[in-house]
Design a protein around this ligand. Structure first.
Ligand SMILES: Cc1ncc(COP(=O)(O)O)c(C=O)c1O
Length: 403
């Protein structure tokens, strides 16, 4: 006999995403023996660098297996401090830095610490979907501002200005952007900063998780560095997950005013007690060690990007522009909407198209509906070349089979 779970009102409006439904179905198909190509995930196929794994191993052997300081080990906080100085010329004191279990937790703790019911958080679309549910869980209201394709999916200063209300508390500025791969230049950020300087009560969540996957050859600029007058109300968030292929180690960090960092640490002390000791030792090695891996991997990803974009643009009804950062192609699929699959079903949405691709072509893609932009899908090129070639063939066949 099962009991009914009585949910908190906090859960209203929080639902499993279409992408998670597709991934569950993909697991079933894989368990049934189907060879499914995963293009929807945020994982890179690269291994974590060997010296990083060795550092974790050594830390475990040294007995670094206890709780650490809630806000992170002094070694990792110093490594974060040095990385922010090296990559962005940003100076933060150690009491302005907190280490978290993934950057996801840094973002959530900041929102939880600051939002009251009715407070608004501006989120440019297309977006990384968890921003919305994090805001809702923290009691706030996400306010989505669409970013036009003809502006490279970047937030325009005038659109930001028009979206600001007396209830706006935060603006999310993700650079480069998951899912569009758009890369804001220093000039782009200066235009956004000019608007924010006129609104002294609005804070900035600067999410730089993909900062080193920028094909310009330099780390993606971040707002507090571009406009120092905004630094006292900016939370600079990042982590080693994407840069060093450390997704599963669950380390992130945030740097910002100590008054906010202190509250985030209080939340952390009462919830997770801090990040994994072994993962923190690994992250020190990633941030302090040789950085050549960043440029080497960016070159590999760039070649994969170009090849996958070529394959996708060869599919009837699909189109994409190679992005300037991240490892995602945002693919317009307006050309397949309204067409009929061999089983007679009409593809009406990008969710339908994603389901069709999974059932008929054995590829999992991310529906744009989940990213605040339709009709689009997001596909990852952080996959081995053979998988990219095969995915390209399957996508082409699936598009050709539509009538
Ligand atoms: C834009 C963006 N921010 C934050 C995160 C959170 O990453 P993590 O918690 O692994 O550091 C992700 C993960 O994919 C992301 O795409």
């Amino acid at each position: 006999m099962s009991a009914t779970v009585i949910l908190s009102p906090r859960m209203s409006g929080i639902k499993p995403s279409p992408a998670s439904v597709l991934r569950r179905r993909a697991r079933e198909l894989r368990a049934a023996g189907r060879d499914i190509i995963e293009l929807s995930s945020g994982n890179l196929d690269f291994p974590t660098p060997e010296h990083v794994i060795a550092a974790a191993h050594q830390a475990a052997l040294r007995g670094e297996t206890r709780y650490t300081d809630v806000d992170g080990t002094p070694e990792l906080k110093q490594a974060v401090q040095a990385a922010l100085r090296r990559d962005h010329r940003l100076d933060y004191r150690l009491d302005e830095i907190v280490v978290t279990s993934g950057s996801t937790q840094a973002l959530f703790n900041a929102l939880l610490a600051t939002l009251a019911p009715g407070d608004e958080v501006i989120i440019p679309a297309p977006y990384w979907a968890p921003y919305l549910d994090q805001v809702r869980l923290a009691g706030g209201t996400p306010v989505v501002v669409p970013c036009a394709q003809n502006n490279g999916f970047k937030l325009r200063a005038e659109d930001l200005q028009a979206t600001i209300s007396p209830r706006t508390r935060w603006v999310v500025v993700n650079n480069p952007v998951n899912p569009s791969g758009a890369l804001y230049s220093r000039e782009d950020l200066s235009e956004i900063a000019a608007v924010l300087l006129r609104h002294p009560d609005i804070w900035v969540l600067a999410d730089g998780l993909y900062e080193h996957i920028a094909f310009s050859g330099a780390p993606a600029p971040t707002l507090a560095a571009v406009e120092p007058r905004l630094k006292p109300r900016t939370l600079t968030v990042s982590g080693p997950a994407k840069s060093y292929a450390m997704m599963g180690w669950r380390i992130g960090y945030a740097a910002g005013p100590s008054a906010l960092i202190r509250e985030m640490i209080t939340i952390q002390s009462q919830t997770t007690s801090g990040a994994s000791s072994i993962s923190q030792a690994a992250a020190v090695a990633a941030l302090d060690g040789a950085q050549d891996v960043l440029a080497e991997r960016a070159v590999i990803l760039r070649a994969r990007r170009d090849r996958f974009a070529e394959l996708v643009n060869g599919c009837a009804g699909l189109s994409c522009t190679p992005p300037e950062g991240t490892f995602y192609l945002l693919v317009g699929c307006a050309g397949v909407i309204g067409r009929r699959a061999p089983d007679g079903k009409v593809i009406e949405t990008d969710r339908d198209f994603s389901a069709y691709l999974l059932e008929e072509a054995d590829v999992v893609v991310f529906p744009g509906e989940d990213l605040g932009l339709s009709p689009y899908i997001r596909v990852s090129f952080a996959n081995p070349p053979a998988a990219i070639e095969e995915a390209g063939r399957r996508l082409k066949r699936a598009c050709e089979a539509l009538q």
